[in-house]
Design a protein around this ligand. Structure first.
Ligand code: PHB
Length: 393
């Protein structure tokens, strides 16, 4: 009898403890580790970009003592290979298998659109640390989706104004045929044609091909006043070298979204000298905030930072701003979004704010390649805001 009474007593105690635990579950959940899912390219033409984003993100987490809003950060990683056909399966590995609290990714616009769809369907917080797909902060915009980088329209539009002001009239464009290339060219064309120029030919090749020769021959034959381009990563290295080797650099000035020369100068060597590009970062901005970031990054990784490192760093800053407002609770999405909406994000690129569609409102810099640096020439476009066409937020 006593054993039975003892057993019942134990049972009652156990269920009381269980009830208590259930009551305190939300607080318990927040004292648990924060599971951060990194979906980035670690192989292929964008591998260096993925690594720089992760480095930047981790640098800020380290500055925060390894914790965001009191929760120790635990990383889960997937190599998305910049392959849109694998993107939905890859993002579901993080969301369904690993049960991550937040998603950070990615570089490639096509892959990012699949991530945005899953984030929208599941309500998971997503911060995009590169991919510029206009749709992510356009028709697909959502209360739980944010970008720490840019829209493809932004650097393109800024360069369209620059090239028009230089008095060039006829421009040929060349890029990869996918969302990022198409939208970068579209942004360029919008501003360039508004400024009196004309895009006479739009050349492209499939991503991530680098067989540029036939297209360079077409450019030589067309003899435009200038060329506008979007390439990035390994493809950008080869394009700039091939453009110079074909003898075009001397006769037809090449302009680009800044990705063409960001993180690539070491490999491009002299072929990149003097190129003018537009981007939301430069190597010689020189405010104390950027200098401190560059020093910390170089010390930690024995590498110079680039725009991708900055975007990764700022994704971590944004996550911390949002989660500090919710005391680490990822389910409080309205509070998370409200905190970011009113934040001034203290980026190495210069402070920026979030547009209503959750894309950075930021300065676009005109830069020139001098030595191994994308040197600041001027602010091409101050506080440039993506038009966010199709976003209903
Ligand atoms: C993109 O696919 O959106 C993309 C990729 C690489 C860049 C910029 C944009 O450097």
């Amino acid at each position: 009898m006593t054993t039975r009474r003892h057993a019942l007593h134990t049972l009652a105690l156990a269920s009381a403890a269980a009830a208590l635990m259930a009551l305190s579950a939300p607080a318990g959940a927040q004292s648990q580790k924060l599971k951060v899912g990194l979906m980035l390219p670690y192989t292929g033409t964008f591998a260096a970009l993925g690594n720089a984003i992760e480095n930047g993100f981790r640098l800020h987490v380290t500055e925060l003592g390894g914790k965001i809003a009191g929760r120790e950060v635990e990383f889960f990683k997937v190599d998305d290979e910049s392959d849109p056909s694998k993107a939905t399966d890859n993002v579901n590995k993080l969301v369904k298998r690993d049960n991550v609290d937040v998603l950070i990714g990615t570089v490639h616009s096509g892959v990012a659109m699949a991530m945005a769809k899953v984030a929208k369907d599941t309500g998971t917080i997503l911060i995009v640390p590169n991919a510029g797909a206009d749709a992510v902060t356009g028709p697909m915009c959502a209360p739980n989706i944010f970008r720490s980088s840019f829209s493809n329209w932004q650097p393109g539009y800024a360069m369209g104004e620059v090239v028009a002001k230089k008095g060039h009239k006829k421009v040929v464009t060349i890029t990869w045929k996918y969302a990022a290339g198409d939208e970068s060219v579209k942004g360029f064309k919008e501003a360039f044609e508004k400024g009196g120029g004309q895009v006479t030919k739009e050349l492209s090749l499939p991503f991530p091909n680098v067989e540029f020769q036939a297209l360079l021959t077409e450019i030589a034959a067309a003899k435009p006043d200038a060329v506008y381009t979007f390439f990035a990563g390994g493809g950008a290295v080869k394009f700039v070298k091939d453009y110079a080797a074909a003898g075009l650099k001397k006769s037809i000035p090449l302009y680009g979204a800044g990705f063409i020369t960001d993180g690539t100068l070491e490999a491009q060597g002299d072929a990149a000298a003097g190129l003018l590009t537009t981007l939301h970062y430069a190597d010689s901005l020189n405010p104390p905030r950027d200098n401190a970031f560059r020093l910390a990054y170089a010390k930690t990784y024995k590498l110079q930072p680039d725009v991708y490192a900055v975007q990764g760093y700022d994704a971590a800053q944004m996550l911390a701003i949002g989660l500090n407002a919710t005391k680490g609770d990822v389910s409080k999405k309205a509070e998370f979004a409200a905190a970011l909406q009113k934040a001034k994000i203290d980026s190495p690129r210069g402070a920026f704010t979030m547009s209503k569609s959750h894309n950075p409102v930021q300065d676009m810099y005109l830069r020139e390649v001098v030595g191994k640096e994308n040197k600041l020439v001027s602010v091409a476009s101050k506080g440039l805001t993506d038009p966010a066409r199709g976003c209903k937020l």
